[in-house]
Design a protein around this ligand. Structure first.
Ligand code: NDP
Length: 294
């Protein structure tokens, strides 16, 4: 079995399995990304708000891997929404990453208190796309109402919606809505990081008995089983780790296959409870932060 590739609604291809760097401390990020590239990852997901784009760029530059073999994705933070501001956000992110062109540039969150600004930011993405500065554009944490408003008011159908998806929170209606519009579902916290790295978020997906028993049956780990569950259902997944053995473990998922019954059992674990921030409640007052220049 080989590495799975996906095709976006504009024909651009990407490896389904990417490498995330949320909460990777800047001083550990370059080493983690280098390790990921050595392990075989060719798709990296970062964000202006993670404050580690520069270190991601450093690892890319040092890797010696041809630019066209890599798929680099980053996100505009809400503090940079607006038409002109989002152009500047591109310059900041591309500058820190040391790249002239980004493979995927996405809006990190809807800003429901000023959705006009969100739309203006998206129009800037459309212009960057038309100029060839980015190969695809997308959104993150867009709920059905945000997506419907976006689709009604803009021209380029978003290629990706990056959302919280793990066995305990599956957002099946949103997955179906995205699919209906040809929008790729990309899972953040794909192994359920948000269920265990924040206090009081309920049980950890890594300790789930159903997932553990499926993992035992395949001689694999719970994280590997969750990643296969995403891949076999056609999603992109972007697990994060700063630990070399886990970076390798999370990429070692192309030599086994879950059965239809196993997929159904994992589907059955959905609790319907969001662990991450409620997208409708995000405001500039609560979540705004200045993004430094490149
Ligand atoms: P993940 O589901 O990727 O889990 C990451 C956590 O699990 C870390 O604490 C990591 O610790 C640990 N871990 C990694 N691999 C293993 C393993 N094999 N076994 C046990 N523990 C493991 O959660 P994230 O929330 O980080 O999501 C992944 C990526 O999604 C982010 O890095 C980011 O790129 C993106 N994201 C996007 C969001 C958005 O709003 N658009 C929100 C959140 C994430 P350690 O590093 O110590 O190994």
């Amino acid at each position: 079995m080989s590495v799975t590739n996906l095709t976006l609604n504009n024909g651009v291809e990407l490896p389904a399995l990417g490498f995330g760097v949320f909460q990777s401390p800047p001083e550990e990020t370059a080493a983690a990304v280098s390790e990921a590239l050595k392990a075989g990852y060719r798709h990296i997901d970062t964000a202006a708000a993670y404050m580690n784009e520069r270190e991601v760029g450093q690892a890319i530059a040092e890797s010696g891997i041809d630019r066209d073999e890599l798929f680099i994705e980053t996100k505009v933070w809400i503090s940079d929404y607006g038409y002109d501001e989002t152009f500047r956000a591109f310059d900041k992110s591309a500058g820190k990453l040391g790249l002239e062109q980004l493979d995927l540039f996405i809006l990190h969150q809807p800003l429901p208190t000023d959705f006009q600004k969100t739309l203006d930011a998206y129009r800037a993405l459309e212009a960057l796309y038309a100029d060839g500065k980015v190969r695809a554009i997308g959104v993150s944490n867009f709920m059905p109402n945000h997506l419907t408003d976006l689709l009604q008011s803009t021209d380029v159908v978003t290629a990706v919606n990056q959302i919280e998806i793990h066995p305990y929170f599956q957002q099946k209606e949103l997955l179906a809505l995205n699919a209906e519009h040809g929008i790729l579902n990309q899972a953040w916290s794909p192994i359920g990081g948000i269920t265990f790295y924040r206090e009081g978020n309920g049980g950890s997906t890594l300790d789930d008995p159903t997932i553990a028993s499926i993992a035992r049956a395949h001689g694999k780990t719970p994280a590997q089983v969750m990643l296969r569950w995403h891949l076999q259902q056609g999603r992109s997944a972007i697990p994060k780790s700063v630990k070399p053995h886990r970076i390798g473990e999370n990429f070692d998922v192309f030599d086994f296959e879950l059965t239809a019954d196993e997929l159904i059992h994992i589907d059955g674990l959905d609790e319907g409870v969001r662990r991450g921030p409620e997208p409708a409640e995000l405001t500039l007052e609560t979540h705004g932060r200045a993004i430094p220049e490149a």
